[in-house]
Design a protein around this ligand. Structure first.
Ligand SMILES: C[S@@+](CC[C@H](N)C(=O)[O-])C[C@H]1O[C@@H](n2cnc3c(N)ncnc32)[C@H](O)[C@@H]1O
Length: 401
């Protein structure tokens, strides 16, 4: 292993978590050196640890390489004061960064549309390890593979860790895939594997993917109705009836292990270009609200329609997205409203760098009469101009409930 890899590993590894190991980097380097890919796609960026190594190793193997790294989050999941992929900005040179595109707010099902007719010779998947996500990631990314390509998957051995048994997704998939050409690391804690794939004939993977879907799902929450519909549309567009039937059957079969979504649908009133819902695989609702008018006028409001009363309580967590003084004093209002029952408005004033978590009782009206939750962010009354920066909000069931 090259000195630069050893040195960079020693410098960065203590500053991140949930990343590839030195063995895994060696494995990735082998695939990259053998294939010399022209295009690489990485799913699961986090701190940008693996992205940094992959980018530099890939340029060494092929100076023409383009790397696309995508993630649904725009922050590092273990420390949301840090942006997604921050190591790449810190460690790669400007010339190296020209080979790399990092995109947030995306799952595998957004990739084909985002990359158009680009095809990838190497795909590295290291995202959600709860089954069936790794299988879904393969379903989402096979259509963008080049005629001769290789897909690698991280965390094959995660399920052996007592704390992460739900991370059995890579193992279930690994066991279903054909033996031919399948490689894994020669280490007692095998944690990465790869399979050769042919983009043009990707539907030949239908059988192992169907088999994998039929193994017990380990996601602790169901796919949201939105995600379920998105996956169905994707399978209809890129796959076949056999895979669609397996998805429909298994999503019903394993629904009992999961909780119901917290509301039926959601939308933003008075939206602006900075407001957005952030995709999540759990039934929580994550969003960004951006007040644009200082202390007056209409402010964006997220409306969670028809709250599921079974939850009894909801937990609302808010943090100033930029973690800067700029959001200091922004005010979060929330209120249950509807035919079923209403509640008094509650207000929380946000402080810079402080994550506020509030638990609220859901008013228990008649279940046939919907109650909605309205959440608004208002910039400080004394702000001289429109407040900068957004507020990130997560609305979920309390963990212990
Ligand atoms: C284990 S971390 C990736 C670690 C990174 N590959 C490394 O070695 O430094 C997993 C990442 O996947 C992202 N993620 C989880 N589920 C996802 C999904 N369904 N689609 C896209 N990204 C997802 C998380 O936001 C997180 O950043």
């Amino acid at each position: 292993m090259a000195d630069w890899i050893q040195n960079l590993y020693a410098e960065l590894a203590p500053r991140t978590t949930g990343s590839v190991s030195k063995f895994d980097i060696g494995f990735l380097q082998q695939v990259i050196t053998d294939r010399k890919p022209r295009r690489i796609l990485e799913l699961g960026v986090a701190s940008g640890f693996s992205t940094t190594f992959i980018t530099r190793m890939a340029i060494e193997a092929n100076p023409e390489v383009e790397i696309y790294s995508v993630d649904f989050s725009d922050r590092f999941y273990a420390d949301n004061t840090k942006p997604l992929g921050f190591f790449t900005q810190e460690c790669l040179t400007d010339d190296e960064l020209k080979h790399l595109t990092i995109r947030s707010g995306m799952t595998c099902f957004d990739v084909p549309e985002a990359v158009g007719d680009k095809r990838f010779e190497f795909v590295f998947i290291d995202a959600n390890h709860q089954h069936p996500w790794t299988t879904l990631d393969m379903i989402g990314l096979l259509p963008v593979c080049a005629a001769s390509a290789e897909m690698a998957f991280h965390d094959l051995g995660l399920y052996r860790h007592p704390k992460f048994r739900v991370g059995i997704g890579p193992k279930y998939l690994y066991d279903q895939l054909p033996v031919e050409g399948k490689k894994t690391i020669d280490h007692e804690w095998e944690n990465i594997f790869s399979v050769p794939v042919t983009g043009v004939e990707y539907q030949r993977f239908t059988k192992p993917l169907v088999q994998a879907l039929h193994l017990p799902w380990s996601i602790p929450q169901p796919l949201t109705p939105h995600m379920r519909q998105k996956i169905r549309n994707f399978i209809q567009q890129y796959w076949n009836d056999e895979l669609l039937e397996a998805f429909d059957t298994t999503i019903e079969a394993f629904a009992h292990i999961a909780q119901q979504p917290i509301c039926e649908s959601y939308s933003i009133n008075e939206p602006n270009q900075w407001c957005e819902f952030i995709p999540t695989t759990s039934p929580s609702v994550r969003l960004k609200l951006h007040p644009t008018t200082a202390g007056r006028g209409k402010q964006p409001t997220a409306v969670l329609k028809h709250i599921n009363q079974d939850a009894k309580k909801l937990q609302i967590t808010a943090v100033a997205a930029n973690q800067s003084e700029r959001n200091a004093g922004a005010v979060l209002h929330f209120k249950f409203e509807g035919e079923g029952a209403t509640s008094d408005a509650r207000i929380v004033k946000l402080q810079p760098r402080v994550r506020e978590t509030i638990e609220v009782e859901i008013p228990q009206g008649s279940s046939s009469k919907p109650t909605d939750l309205h959440v608004t962010v208002e910039s400080p009354k004394d702000a001289k101009s429109a407040a900068h920066g957004a507020v990130r909000i997560e609305i979920a069931r309390p963990k212990a409930a």
